[in-house]
Design a protein around this ligand. Structure first.
Ligand code: PMP
Length: 402
């Protein structure tokens, strides 16, 4: 094995190469794509593309091998088995799949614990499920810093608790909940657990044996892969016991009007033509990632976050949300004298791409007492010079708006 490379620079990302002035600080929304991923999709379409699973000709067999190879690649990345990996359209669809399928077993009065750190994708599917079956969604409260209130969480775990849904890292603030303690307590109560790995998969553990959750969901596009592909990991026996959630081709064993028999998991959960080239692109993203020392990469992004927040602390009227919590390299800002939307527009005029708004996390923002923030999130291609330019642009902007 060759030694690991330290960091991918801008030269790995064609979009950043083509737009040298752009400072991209929105990797938490989606990551820019490395050339290796673009090449893999193009090669697949030009050499091996056909529909999967049903063709008898060689080209279809190659396409099927590429698609199933991508599943095996994801399984290796997650330290899981290939039949524990369901391909979906994204993280949102993966969570909806669990709510629609596993959720069928819930009864009126059963309780679903959902943390207040969550993206709407890990709140609304549970609310829809609760409305269907009479279950109750119980929010896990946060403390003043914006971290999980552990004492309150332990009090909420009770005999009616059936599911715990929690993020590995909050997209709006970067906050990492103390997942090991939380999952261990849920397991001890026999509660099924789902971890939203949309943010965490990039920065935190993606070893399913170490994490110990029953379900894990993420999107390919935040992990340097294409859009339109996501992953649901489901611990072996659980997936095999779950009913289908969508019907169609590919998910059946046999169909007749006397009764249809369904395929085994994971095919049972993949009705219709799947996102074939996107799965191939995701596998290429994982291969590309595996060349790098991810621990070094993480330290690089955290150092940039530290540089940013140290600079901000010298400015009047800038506040970093959930600053005192353990965070991924995401900084969410609000301002005493300026609206985040105005600040974002000024930054955009200086070719700085930063996200503004509620970040699909209204309960979290409401808890922290703000209605929108300016969010800066780092990628491996960001540099100390990017941070210097952002700090200068913010200082200038806040002067103008004050
Ligand atoms: N959960 C979290 C924590 C996220 O950050 C996101 C994406 N912003 C999602 C879920 C949903 O992912 P997607 O929109 O790719 O389905």
């Amino acid at each position: 094995r060759p030694p690991l490379r330290t960091l991918p620079g801008r030269d790995q990302f064609p979009l950043l190469q083509a737009q040298p002035e752009l400072i991209y600080l929105d990797s938490a929304a989606t990551s820019q794509k490395p050339l290796a991923v673009l090449d893999a999709e193009r090669d697949f379409y030009t050499r091996d593309y056909a529909n999967v699973h049903r063709g008898s000709y060689q080209l279809a067999a190659r396409a099927t091998a590429a698609y199933e190879g991508a599943r095996a690649r994801v399984a290796r990345f997650l330290n899981a088995e290939a039949d524990e990996i369901v391909f979906t359209r994204g993280c949102t669809e993966a969570i909806n799949l669990v709510a629609a399928s596993w959720g069928c077993s819930l009864k009126a009065g059963d309780e679903i614990l959902v943390s207040t750190l969550e993206h709407h994708a890990n709140i609304v599917p549970w609310q829809l499920l609760a409305a269907r079956c009479g279950a109750i969604v119980r929010p896990i409260p946060l403390n003043q810093d914006g971290q999980i209130d552990l004492a309150a969480f332990h009090r909420l775990l009770g005999p009616r608790t059936r599911l715990l849904a929690i993020t590995q890292a909050a997209n709006a603030t970067g906050t990492r909940p103390p997942l090991a303690e939380i999952l261990a307590a849920a397991r001890a109560h026999g509660v099924t657990t789902l971890v939203d790995g949309a943010q965490g998969v990039v920065h935190d553990t993606h070893d399913m044996q170490a994490l110990g959750a029953d379900f894990y969901a993420f999107s390919g596009h935040k992990l340097f892969g294409p859009t339109g592909i996501g992953v649901l990991y489901g611990r072996g026996a659980l997936l095999q016991d779950m009913p289908p959630w969508q019907g169609g081709g590919e998910m059946i064993e046999s169909v007749s009007f006397d009764g249809t028999r369904f395929a085994e998991a994971p095919q049972r959960f993949e009705a219709g033509t799947p996102p074939i080239a996107q799965a191939v692109g995701l596998a290429a993203a994982l291969d590309w990632l595996s060349q790098y020392d991810l621990a070094h990469w993480e330290l690089h992004e955290l150092a940039l976050q530290h540089q940013l927040e140290a600079g901000l602390s010298l400015m009047q009227g800038v506040h970093v949300l959930a600053r005192h919590t353990e965070r991924a390299p995401i900084s969410s800002l609000h301002f005493s004298g300026a609206h985040p939307y105005d600040v974002a527009q000024f930054l955009d005029a200086r070719s700085i791409a930063a996200r503004v708004g509620q970040h699909c996390a209204q309960p979290l923002l409401a808890h922290l007492g703000v209605s929108s923030t300016l969010r800066l999130s780092f990628g491996p291609h960001n540099t100390t010079s990017d941070v210097e330019q952002v700090l200068a642009a913010l200082a200038e902007t806040l002067d103008l708006l004050a």
